[in-house]
Design a protein around this ligand. Structure first.
Ligand code: GDP
Ligand code: IMO
Ligand code: MG
Length: 462
């Protein structure tokens, strides 16, 4: 048995799609276990580029089984669009090799409406979601009212559940300026879409466990990244699913002790799309360099990704949260032309002043009083200088962090397309080694370009 989880260790877009496509040559089955079509995974195979949002990246290899697990939220119309796109390029998706779990919650049009309307209303406080209805769909899942794939086979069940969800959403939409939900029209549309996808809907948990008994290799493909995890990410600037490796078990029905390895995909620098803290963000010419050289534009929404230096404490934390057994370091080639390269090794908050007593004990423990000398009254508190070696969970803190950097020399040599570690410039190897030390995890794969073969395989992560 050899089952592997691939997850992103940063804020998404680490290059998971490329690595999953590459490694799926060794897998029998590839499973998406969380997220939805907020994901954008780009695969480059020769002169062909594939951009996948919902289908697992292994799907383009026609001898593989591709699976959407119960942890995903599924927009059935978007799914059919993606299947159609692949069909038109000669990649056939049939029920022999594509399965959807019967307990996968659906994203419906009013989830998208709510996502967009809330973001609009939030103004400066917005999260910067992909506007795909992900958050509202997960809310209905945990609210125990979601319409799930398996329901589509039973029109009465669809009708009953639609009625319950509509009632709930009528309340949520009040005052947001949304048009009324046309329940009957939606029912008809669901019946049409259901007919097209019912053939894929199966007891995925059972089929995967049968495969494990037969010693098949399963690859679990994560979406987003650990810093977007609903519990451990930069909350509330996160997505609405658990993005860490543990979610592979919950989101597929394969027990955690049946999965042996976790490959953490890590970009050689840091990027983020959407709002929220990002301590190493660069808004200067180096930030622009990373953006241009790395072609850092979001696959799903086309937004510019924010770029910055490699944040080591953040990746070290992700390695622990996910139980990462080795790292795949991507986009090292993007750094080729830099004279100097910085690595964040810790954070500092430069003098914080408070006029109210802070609630958090971790803060209030460190306060020194600010006195007014004349009458001796305490008029506030100050934390002189705080240093952190771990990424702090609290957003109010993480918003104020200044990175502590270590600087190393750049290598000023092209690493594009290298396939062997001994071709890698000494200084680039030193950078990779430092990342291994700081993240306390070894690198098993180095990616030197977007294509499958632009890869150095040091150890097999399976
Ligand atoms: P994902 O969401 O983690 O799958 O990542 P995306 O596909 O959204 O973004 C990664 C981008 O970087 C894609 O355009 C890939 O084709 C590209 N890419 C992946 N690995 C490398 C690499 O090693 N070097 C370069 N230059 N580009 C890469
Ligand atoms: P892949 O799989 C990068 C971000 C959004 C936003 C936040 C919440 O390609 O790495 P959501 O629509 O999920 O409610 O948005 O999460 N986000 C991603 N950022 N890569 C992704 O996926 C992302 N999926 C969601 O930009 O900040
Ligand atoms: Mg992406």
């Amino acid at each position: 048995m050899s089952n592997l989880i691939v997850i992103g260790t940063q804020w998404g877009d680490e290059g998971k799609g490329k690595i999953v496509d590459l490694l799926s040559s060794k897998a029998d089955t590839i499973v998406r276990f969380q997220g939805g079509h907020n994901a954008g995974h780009t695969l480059v195979v020769g002169d062909q580029v594939f951009k996948l949002s919902l289908l697992p990246s292994g799907v383009i290899r026609e001898d593989k089984i591709a699976v959407i697990g119960n942890g995903v939220v599924l927009d059935p119309w978007k799914l059919l669009e993606e299947i159609e796109q692949l069909n038109s390029r000669g990649i056939k998706i049939c029920s022999d090799r594509f399965l959807i779990s019967e307990n996968t919650p659906l994203i419906l049009p009013f989830h998208k409406d709510l996502d967009l309307l809330r973001e609009q209303k939030a103004g400066k406080e917005k999260i910067g979601t992909t506007g795909r209805g992900i958050g509202p769909a997960y809310e209905d899942k945990v609210g125990r009212r979601a319409l799930r794939t398996g329901d589509l086979k039973d029109p009465n069940q669809v009708k009953r559940k639609l009625n319950i969800i509509k009632e709930h959403h009528d309340i949520l939409r009040a005052g947001l300026g949304a048009t009324d939900i046309d329940e009957e029209q939606l029912f008809d549309e669901l019946m049409i879409v259901g007919k097209k996808i019912n053939t894929f809907i199966k007891p995925v948990w059972k089929i995967l466990n049968e495969q494990i008994k037969k010693n098949k290799n399963i690859l679990f493909e994560g979406a987003q990244g650990s810093m977007l995890d609903v519990d451990f990410g930069t909350y509330p600037f996160v997505t609405s699913s658990s993005t860490i490796a543990a979610a592979a078990a919950i989101g597929s029905g394969v027990a955690h002790n049946k999965i042996n390895s976790v490959l953490g995909i890590t970009k050689a620098y840091t990027t983020r799309v959407g709002e929220g803290p990002m301590p190493t963000e660069l808004t200067d010419s180096i930030g622009r360099y990373l953006s241009e050289e790395g072609n850092e534009k979001g696959t799903v929404t086309g937004r510019d990704r924010r770029c910055g230096w490699f944040d080591a404490p953040l990746v070290r934390r992700s390695c622990l949260l996910n139980g990462v057994t080795s790292l795949a370091l991507t986009k090292i080639d993007v750094l080729d032309k830099l004279e100097k390269i910085k690595i964040c090794v810790g954070y500092r908050i430069e003098k914080e002043e408070y006029t109210d007593f802070p609630v958090s004990t971790s803060l209030s423990n460190k306060l020194s009083p600010i006195y007014e000398e004349i009458d001796g009254w305490n008029v506030g508190y100050r934390i002189e200088k705080e240093e952190y070696t771990d990424f702090p969970v609290s957003t109010s803190l993480s918003n104020k962090l200044s990175p502590i950097y270590e600087e190393i020399d750049g290598w000023n040599t092209s690493t594009v397309g290298l396939e062997k570690i001994d071709q890698m410039p000494i200084k680039a190897r030193a950078y990779i080694q430092r990342i291994e030390e700081l993240s306390e995890t070894e690198v098993s794969i180095i990616s030197t370009g977007p294509e499958r073969n632009q890869t150095i395989l040091i150890n097999d992560p399976f």
